[in-house]
Ligand binder design. Structure first.
Ligand code: NAD
Length: 432
């Protein structure tokens, strides 16, 4: 089957490459010339474990190609995936300009029956609107189907998530489109992946409901952590015991500096906005968003409590990405915390295993070190913000000697408080 994916960012590229790996012929399109040029040479512009190897393999085996031309992609394919970004507008609603522009192009170049699959996370009702846009831009009426097929992959483990998903969600209104989608994902039938086949609107809502629920878990455990600090309890044990309850589950119960990344912040805001547009206040979700913003401020307060007046102090930051195993710094808590520290007059030194270049572009005033030790040298405090594996087994006595004052603030609870104290650190974690 010939398939086109428009938008080769984190989601589009993983989708295209994994479908090629399933044996289909893929043409991946993007309007970013530099990105396409790199990909054509087998170079992946994002950090995602295992992705480059799969790109090179499928390019070599002739199932994968990259292009700047939507016309080429659409005319050569039966199925066209839309995987462009849907960032936030200032009012929290999703910015659908890229998706709309792509839909019009698809309509313009449609030369026969196609299935147009919306993989981007889009507000409920968008697929139906995109279908209308495609119809309006067709030169003559050509039948096609629209499908909502939201993506649940996590950056850092995106290939595994795509190849072994918890479920595949398909929103569609035509038997033919459903049959084609089942064919595309037939490899997943063999591993008994559950399929949820439903309406367009329901599929769109499933994505928002899932993401906002996970964000709720994060904000909930962060509030429990804050109470633990006030009441002398240890959130680490609380979360563990809660998670062992099968009705709750242990994932997304890790207290820390708040959720970030390219999905949770924008998707929580977008669903809250969608609710408001219908005259409904989604009270729990609004609190989740507020708690997350507060949590970042609390982390800055934590640093200030330990260090004192931040003016003229040097703070070392370990980790810039919103989570490990990605170079994505979009809405990263680390970036927000650094910005607050700079505003409060501190100097910041930072290290991240993969995202220094990306961060330099937005925070040129930060001094970037070559590793954790380089960053710690001469600092008034060291703050662990992203739990990369590289930061899990640090040479702590060496770090302590390098720091001007042995303050270690562990926003991911990587280290044990009593051990850190025994080593002579002035240590604090979150909720312990
Ligand atoms: P991204 O910003 O990394 O990639 C979007 C790509 O689309 C970019 O390469 C951009 O150049 C391209 N693009 C934009 N306009 C275009 C146009 N007119 N023609 C061709 N290409 C165009 O975004 P992403 O993180 O891959 O997310 C894409 C969608 O998937 C979003 O809706 C997001 O919410 C959703 N999603 C993301 C993740 C994730 O982990 N990143 C997970 C699940 C769902």
């Amino acid at each position: 089957m010939n398939i086109c994916v428009i938008g080769t960012g984190y989601v589009g590229l993983v989708t295209g490459v994994c479908l090629a790996e399933f044996g289909m012929n893929l043409i991946c399109v993007d309007n970013d010339h530099q990105k396409i040029h790199l990909l054509q040479q087998g170079k992946v512009p994002v950090y995602e474990p295992g992705l480059e190897d799969l790109v090179i393999k499928n390019l070599r085996e002739g199932r994968l190609s990259f292009s700047m031309s939507i016309e080429e992609g659409v005319t050569s394919s039966l199925v066209v995936f839309i995987a462009v970004g849907t960032p936030s507008h200032d009012d929290g609603s999703a910015d659908l300009r890229a998706a709309e522009e792509v839909a019009k192009e698809i309509g313009r170049y449609m030369d026969g029956y196609k299935v147009v699959v919306v993989k981007s996370t889009v507000p409920v009702g968008t697929c139906r609107r995109l279908r209308k846009l495609i119809q309006e831009t067709q030169a003559r009426p050509i039948p096609f189907d629209i499908v909502s097929n939201p993506e649940f992959q996590r950056e850092g483990s995106a290939i595994e998530d795509f190849m072994r998903p918890d479920r595949v969600t398909i929103g569609a209104e035509s038997e033919q489109a459903i049959a084609i989608m089942k064919d595309i994902y037939s490899a997943l039938y063999l591993i008994e992946t559950p399929f949820v086949i439903t309406s367009l609107e329901t599929a769109e809502m499933i994505k928002y409901a899932a993401n906002t629920f996970l964000a709720t878990k994060v904000s909930f455990i962060n509030e429990i952590a804050n109470l633990c600090e006030m009441m002398g309890a240890d959130v680490h044990h609380v979360a563990k015991a809660m998670g062992l309850d099968g009705r709750i589950g242990k994932k997304f119960l890790h207290p820390g500096p708040g959720y970030g990344g390219s999905c949770f912040p924008k998707d929580t805001r977008a669903l809250s906005r969608m609710a408001k547009e219908k005259g409904y206040t989604f009270k729990i979700l609004d609190s989740v968003i507020e708690v997350n913003e507060e949590q970042r401020k609390r982390m800055v307060n934590k640093i200030e409590e330990k260090v004192g007046d931040l003016r003229g102090k040097t703070i070392g930051i370990l980790g810039l990405t919103f989570k490990p195993n990605t170079n994505d710094i979009r809405e990263s808590s680390s970036i927000a915390i650094i910005q607050s520290l700079l505003t409060m007059g501190a100097k910041v030194k930072a290290f991240d295993p993969v995202a220094i270049e990306e961060t330099k572009a937005i925070l040129p005033e930060v001094e970037y070190g070559k590793d954790a030790y380089d960053v710690a040298s001469g600092c008034d405090a060291l703050v662990l913000v992203t739990e990369w594996n590289q930061f899990r087994r640090l040479d702590l006595p060496r770090l302590k000697n390098l720091l001007k004052t042995p303050i270690f603030i562990d926003l991911r609870n990587v280290y044990e408080p009593h051990q850190m104290k025994r080593l002579g650190f002035n240590y604090c974690g979150v909720g312990r």
